[in-house]
Design a protein around this ligand. Structure first.
Ligand SMILES: [Zn+2]
Ligand SMILES: [Zn+2]
Length: 389
C-alpha cells in the first residue's frame, strides 16, 4: 500500500470556522501512526508532486485556473464559485489544491504502473469541483484529474465508487458522456441534502448511457440498510463493467453524528464499507485500487477513526474495532483544546447485521434500491428484479 502524504496538505485551510478543518487530516495521520499502521512493512510513503497546468486542464478550464491563482491577491474580484462561505479564498489556494490533485495522480500512477496494488490519498476526494467552478469546499477535482490521467495512459475502463454522504456530482459531470468511466454514487437523497442531484434517472448521456449509477438513500439510513443497499447495487454494476482500476471516494460524512448530513452510519459500518470496496478491487480488477478521502466533519470522533480503518484495510490488516485509542493521541486532542471528547476505542460497538436484498416494498431503503436497479440494471443487461443479479 502506498500512502501519499505531505504536511503541506494542512495548508488546505478554509478558516477556523469552516467545516473542512485540516485538523481532521492531522488527527488521522497521528492516529494511524500511533497505532503502527504507517510502520507496517508493506507501507510506502510517497510525497505528492504538484499538478501542472497540463494535468489540471484535463478537467478544468484555463480561465478557472487563472481565477484560482489570482484569488488570494484579489479576493474582491472572485468569481467561479470562489469567495463564498462554502469556498472561501485562502492563502496559496492554487498551490495547495494543485498539490492535492497531484497527490492523487501520484497515487494513480503507483497503481497503474504496478508498484503498489493499492494507493491512498486521504487529502483527495474533492468530488464537487466542476470544470469552471469551485463547489462544496472543493477547488480542483483531484478524483476526476487522476481518472483523466489514467485514461491518457491508455486505460479503457475505470470505475469510480463514491460513498460520501453527498452526491459525487463533479466526477459524474466530468465523465457523463464518457463510456470509459463508470461513476457510482451512494449518497443521502437529493430531496434532503445538497447538492440536490444524484437521482437514479441520471444514468449518463450519448454513448455513455448506463455509465452513471446513482443510489440515493433516505435520511436516517443506518449501517444495516446502507450495507444492504450497497450490496444490492454496487457489486453487480462493477462486475458487469469489468474495470481495470477501481477509484473510490471514501468520504465519512455518512456518520450519524456528522454535522452536515443525515445518514446514520457508525465508524464500524464505514469500516465495513471500506472492506467491501477493498474486496471488490481484488475481485473485479486484480486489486488495482486508488482510495481517496472526501467529506467528514466529525473532526475528532469520526474522521480519524474511519480513515485509520481505511488505511489499515488497504495494508491488508484491518484494525480491530475494540482496539483502545492510544493515550498519546488523546493527549494531543486535549492539547489542541478541541471540544469533542476523544473516543476510547477504534469502534462504536455497532450492530452490523444486514440481510441481502430481496424486495420488501414496505421498507423505504428497498424502494430506493428498487428505483436504482430499475433505472440502471437493464443498461448493464442485468435483471432489476432478480436478487441474484
Ligand atoms: Zn460529503
Ligand atoms: Zn488488498
Amino acid at each position: 500500500m502506498a500512502l501519499v502524504w505531505d504536511e503541506a496538505y494542512l495548508g488546505y485551510d478554509m478558516g477556523p470556522q469552516h467545516p473542512l478543518h485540516p485538523i481532521r487530516l492531522d488527527l488521522t495521520m497521528r492516529l494511524a501512526r500511533s497505532l503502527g499502521v504507517l510502520d507496517r512493512p508493506n507501507v510506502t510513503m510517497l510525497a505528492p508532486v504538484s499538478a501542472d497546468d497540463d494535468l489540471l486542464t484535463l478537467v478544468h478550464d484555463a480561465a478557472y485556473l487563472d481565477a484560482v491563482r489570482r484569488a488570494p491577491d484579489e479576493p474582491w474580484r472572485s468569481s467561479f464559485g470562489l469567495g463564498t462561505s462554502d469556498n472561501p479564498v485562502f492563502p496559496r489556494m492554487h498551490e495547495v489544491s494543485a498539490l492535492i490533485a497531484g497527490g492523487s495522480v501520484v497515487a494513480a500512477r503507483r497503481v497503474w504502473e504496478g508498484n503498489s496494488q493499492h494507493a491512498v490519498n486521504i487529502a483527495g476526494g474533492l468530488h464537487h469541483a466542476m470544470r469552471s467552478q469551485a463547489s462544496g469546499f472543493c477547488v480542483y477535482n483531484d478524483a476526476s484529474i487522476a481518472i483523466a490521467w489514467l485514461l491518457a495512459q491508455g486505460a479503457e475502463r475505470i470505475a469510480y465508487v463514491d460513498v460520501d454522504v453527498h452526491h459525487g456530482d463533479g466526477v459524474q459531470a466530468t465523465f457523463y458522456r464518457d463510456p470509459r468511466v463508470l461513476t457510482i454514487s451512494v449518497h443521502e437523497s437529493p430531496l434532503t441534502l445538497w447538492p440536490g442531484t444524484g437521482y437514479p434517472a441520471e444514468t449518463g448521456d450519448d454513448d455513455a448511457v448506463g455509465t452513471a449509477v446513482n443510489l440515493p438513500l433516505p435520511a436516517g439510513t443506518a449501517d444495516g440498510d446502507w450495507l444492504r443497499a450497497f450490496h444490492a447495487v454496487v457489486p453487480s454494476a462493477l462486475r458487469a463493467f469489468r474495470p481495470q482500476v477501481l477509484v473510490t471516494q471514501c468520504g465519512c460524512d455518512t456518520h450519524r453524528d456528522d454535522p452536515l448530513a443525515n445518514l446514520a452510519l457508525s465508524v464500524d459500518g464505514q469500516r465495513t464499507a471500506f472492506a467491501a470496496l477493498h474486496a471488490l478491487a481484488h475481485e473485479v480488477c486484480d486489486g488495482r485500487w486508488l482510495a481517496l478521502g472526501g467529506g467528514g466533519y466529525g473532526l475528532v470522533r469520526c474522521v480519524p477513526r474511519a480513515w485509520t480503518h481505511l488505511l489499515a484495510e488497504a495494508t491488508g490488516h484491518p484494525v480491530d474495532p475494540q482496539t483502545p485509542i492510544p493515550a498519546d493521541w488523546t493527549g494531543y486532542v486535549r492539547e489542541r483544546a478541541l471540544r469533542a471528547a476523544p473516543p476510547k476505542t477504534m469502534g462504536e460497538g455497532a450492530d452490523l447485521e444486514w440481510q441481502p436484498w430481496e424486495l420488501e416494498r414496505t421498507r423505504p431503503v428497498d424502494r430506493a434500491i428498487e428505483a436504482t436497479r430499475r433505472a440502471s440494471f437493464p443498461l448493464f443487461g442485468l435483471d432489476p428484479d432478480d436478487p441474484r443479479d
